[in-house]
Ligand binder design. Sequence first.
Ligand SMILES: [Zn+2]
Length: 236
Amino acid sequence: MGSATFIIAAAVLLAAVLLVRGSASVRASWYLRMRCRARRAGRRVALTFDDGPDPQRTPAVLDLLARQGVRATFFVVGARAEAHPELVRRMATEGHVVGNHSYTHSWRFPLRSLGRTMEELCRTGEVLHRITGRQPRLFRPPFGVTNPTIARAVRRLGLDPVGWSIRSLDTMGQSPERVAARILRRLHPGAVILLHDRCAGSERLVGLLVEGLRSRGLEPVTLPELFDIEAYEKTR
Ligand SMILES: [Zn+2]
């Protein structure tokens, strides 16, 4: 019993360390070249939101973005999109860009076979196509973790992988003021800022950020605008 518990605890700890290391080293792009910052973006930066849509929090974030006249990029989880299609439709109709963030966002995602990985990515693409009428090209790996299998799946499906240059750490329970100050200290032109629309205080954080960006002469845009790339497959 004791040793079984120890082995499970050790395995969980190892998985946690791998996830943290993977997301911390997203810019290293070991297996997959990801877009993490734009070189010739002028005074533009991109706000990106992962892990939604969330019926409790996403509407307030969308309201705030609309009030501020800001367009962002949402990397949604396929299963959540399927459960809340109206929120994804709202993102698209309000001019935001929707990208693929896997179907399950399971911690097992980086451990899946090539077939299962492709299945998750395709399924999410189908869900988003059904809701928005367009097939997303942008993909952000769950936890920012990549490996040779994920790299192969992304290449085969012709997805455009995107990381980030500033991690907000907005999921750690700190106040929006603290999180905003941390991001604003790290700001640079062409930044890709990682946020989540599922956190308490997301709306307040986004308000502070947009104000902070604009007071520094920076303008938030979508990822396709920042990198001058296509957000969706061309319709045939
Ligand atoms: Zn995520």
